[in-house]
Design a protein around this ligand. Structure first.
Ligand code: FPP
Ligand code: MG
Ligand code: MG
Length: 323
């Protein structure tokens, strides 16, 4: 992706350097982690989170430069994200991610738990060494929010009474917290005004929620081949996302079936049909667009630059997955 239209354009070379640094940082001490790390950071992740940190750095520093502390923040952000995925794949007993074997498949759960812990530990250490208490507090809150989202999700499995507010709050903890915290932190490291820092938080939060809604939509609209898992996987695991919650308003008879935990494949099929017949999918699309629109609005707090334009494109990029 070298096109100027790509949101990654202005930081593409930076992201490559970041991946190499991350592998070196993480693998310095333990060969087994070296293998896991190599595997993790070269595993086809797009690097949307570190890209946002680096783009905000370029958009907020006087010469559009990325300082060593911004580099570190981008690394910490990707470490936290990767650690949470390694643990998530253990919890979800997932064999593959982005088409390649997960750490728990390649090694086992023991190694995956350790590799995740190791990454979280390293992230905390490098975070503390940024010597910026506000940034430490922001990112520590993120590390607290991730399991909060995961716990909320697991406590509300197959609960048809879960509200849209609960769903959005869970999405904040699970996905948007890291994007909002790291966006604001990047601005803070550049010394932006407090109002701008708040708007950067809003940007990351609204982009993150849009991102999660799109992800949840794809579970219904993408092919099993693209997803690398069966269509309706979230639903079959009891994770009731925006399309289902909207559909429940039109087809209250879904409740009863959901309460059976959809163990009968016919019931799962019936609930899926109701979701497709309802306005659940178009309404979720609109909800994602609304959040994306708000994310873009928050960017107006930054002066115009190539990097800011790339951040606007990042918003479009998140929605593009809807097509
Ligand atoms: C992916 O969601 C998972 C997350 C966004 C967060 C997972 C967080 C944890 C497991 C808690 C982290 C633990 C500590 C100690 C901080 P998904 O399973 O819905 O999506 P997927 O399709 O990418 O697997
Ligand atoms: Mg998962
Ligand atoms: Mg999960």
């Amino acid at each position: 992706m070298t096109s100027v239209l790509s949101p990654f354009g202005p930081v593409e070379a930076d992201l490559e350097r970041l991946r190499q640094n991350l592998t070196r940082l993480v693998s310095a001490k333990h060969p087994i982690l070296a293998t896991a790390a190599e595997h993790l950071f070269s595993a086809g992740g797009k690097g949307i989170r570190p890209a946002i940190v680096l783009l905000i750095a370029r958009a907020t520093t006087p010469d559009g430069e990325i300082t060593p502390r911004h580099w570190r923040l981008a690394e910490i952000t990707e470490m936290i994200h990767t650690a949470s995925l390694v643990h998530d794949d253990v919890i979800d007993t997932a064999d593959v991610r982005r088409g390649i074997d997960t750490v728990n498949t390649l090694f086992d759960n023991r190694v995956a738990v350790l590799a995740g812990d190791y990454l979280f530990g390293q992230a905390a250490w490098y975070l503390a060494n940024l010597d910026n208490l506000e940034v430490v507090k922001l990112l520590s809150k993120v590390i607290m929010d991730l399991p909060e989202g995961e716990v909320r999700q697991s406590l509300t499995r197959f609960d048809p009474d879960v509200s849209m507010e609960d769903y959005l709050a869970k999405s904040f903890y699970k996905t948007a917290s890291l994007m909002s915290g790291s966006s604001k932190a990047s601005g803070l490291l550049s010394g932006v005004e407090p109002e701008v820092a708040e708007r950067l938080f809003d940007f990351g939060r609204d982009l993150g929620i849009a991102f999660q809604i799109v992800d949840d939509l794809l579970d219904f609209t993408a092919s099993a081949e693209t997803l690398g898992k069966p269509v309706g996987s979230d639903l079959s695991q009891g994770n009731l996302t925006a399309p289902v919650l909207f559909a429940l308003q039109e087809f209250p008879q879904m409740r009863e079936l959901i309460l059976t935990e959809l163990e009968d494949p016919q019931d799962l099929k019936q609930v899926l049909e109701w979701v497709y017949q309802s306005e659940g999918i178009p309404r979720s699309r609109q909800l994602a667009r609304d959040y994306a629109h708000r994310a873009a609005e928050a960017l107006h707090s930054l002066p115009d630059s190539l990097a800011r334009r790339a951040l606007f494109q990042m918003v479009d990029y998140v929605l593009e997955r809807l097509r």
